[in-house]
Design a protein around this ligand. Structure first.
Ligand code: HEM
Length: 291
């Protein structure tokens, strides 16, 4: 995307929010939703107005038939008579979170994936061969990308291990005084998961060096909490399966049609920034059409 696109497109606006805002700002902003006033940068204002335009018409149409999507589930929860229903401001805040959480995360993952594909040509060819093996007439594309392509699946797991994207939101409040080993954790403490230490812990990840990119480490079963790129437990990422489907779908098409190569401007090191998300400054690869 050029700077111009980033300024004016919908995804460009999301990019600006994620790349310029810290979590605290987002929280303040959500509070503003509650007050029904907009207070933020022009991008924030544009974004909240867009969400209102999207939600308001459907919100007013009670008892009409709609597609059963996530937004509709939330609107139904607002209109519900049951205990624990959503308030309208909670619904708007959640719509905001879904749009922002769902766009830039997937796009950064794809950037890391293409970076790794360009660096590991043998792995790329193995994934390509797997795609070709299952790419039959009348394929069920969803079944193919989600269930058949195990090499692609392991590749994405390894990319998430080496390049965690979301860390700041991966925390929990301690609900009762707890002792773990030599540590006393008081009720009310905020526990932040240190994803990097987990992802690069040699004890958890087998024989191959944790600093190297290896798919073989997934041939063995790993600790269920070793890979927490999408979090864990009841508050695990709501969009995990959707994100994986998008990433796998996109990579399958890309690898089937193109060979992804380095640009030739070696040494090729990523310049990583940690803002709300952990992202590379840029990723440049070369696409060569397969003959
Ligand atoms: C590669 C893409 C993504 C990554 C790496 C990612 C990562 C995460 C992580 C680490 C959490 C915190 C989970 C926890 O505390 O246990 C989270 C929460 C969340 N994610 Fe994602 N996410 C991605 C894509 C998406 C998408 C596509 C959506 C929506 C369409 C989404 C919606 C959410 C929501 C709503 C939460 C809050 C869940 C809750 O607190 O109950 N995410 N995500």
């Amino acid at each position: 995307m050029s700077d111009n696109d980033l300024e004016y497109t919908f995804l460009g606006k999301i990019h600006r929010i994620i790349s310029t805002t810290q979590l605290a700002n987002i929280c303040t902003y959500l509070f503003c939703f509650k007050q029904w006033i907009y207070w933020g940068t022009p991008t924030d204002v544009w974004f909240s107005e867009h969400i209102h335009q999207l939600v308001q018409p459907r919100f007013k149409q009670i008892n009409q038939e709609h597609t059963l999507d996530l937004l509709q589930l939330m609107i139904d929860a607002v209109h519900s008579e049951k205990e624990g229903k959503l308030t309208p401001s909670e619904m708007f805040s959640n719509a905001f979170v879904f749009l922002t959480a769902g766009a830039e995360t997937t796009s950064i993952s794809l950037a890391y994936c293409t970076y790794r594909l360009a660096r590991h040509s043998t792995i790329q060819e193995e994934i390509y061969n797997e795609i070709i093996q299952y790419w039959l007439p009348n394929i069920d594309y969803y079944d193919l990308v989600m269930n058949k392509l195990t090499k692609l699946d392991n590749f994405i797991r390894e990319v998430f291990r080496m390049h965690p994207i979301v860390i700041q939101v991966l925390n929990r409040e301690c609900m009762e005084n707890t002792r773990i080993g030599q540590y006393n954790i008081e009720k009310g403490s905020l526990i932040q998961v240190d994803l990097h230490s987990i992802n690069f812990n040699q004890d958890l990840w087998g024989f191959q060096s944790v600093d190297e990119f290896h798919l073989e480490r997934y041939l063995e079963k790993r600790h269920p909490l070793a890979n927490m790129g999408f979090g864990a437990g009841p508050r695990q990422c709501t969009g995990m399966r959707f994100a994986l489907m998008e990433i796998k779908s996109c990579l399958t098409r890309l690898i089937k049609e193109y060979i992804i190569k380095p640009t030739g401007e070696e040494p090729y090191k990523l310049n990583i920034h940690e803002k709300f998300l952990i992202m590379p400054e840029k990723v440049c690869v070369r696409l060569v059409k397969r003959s």
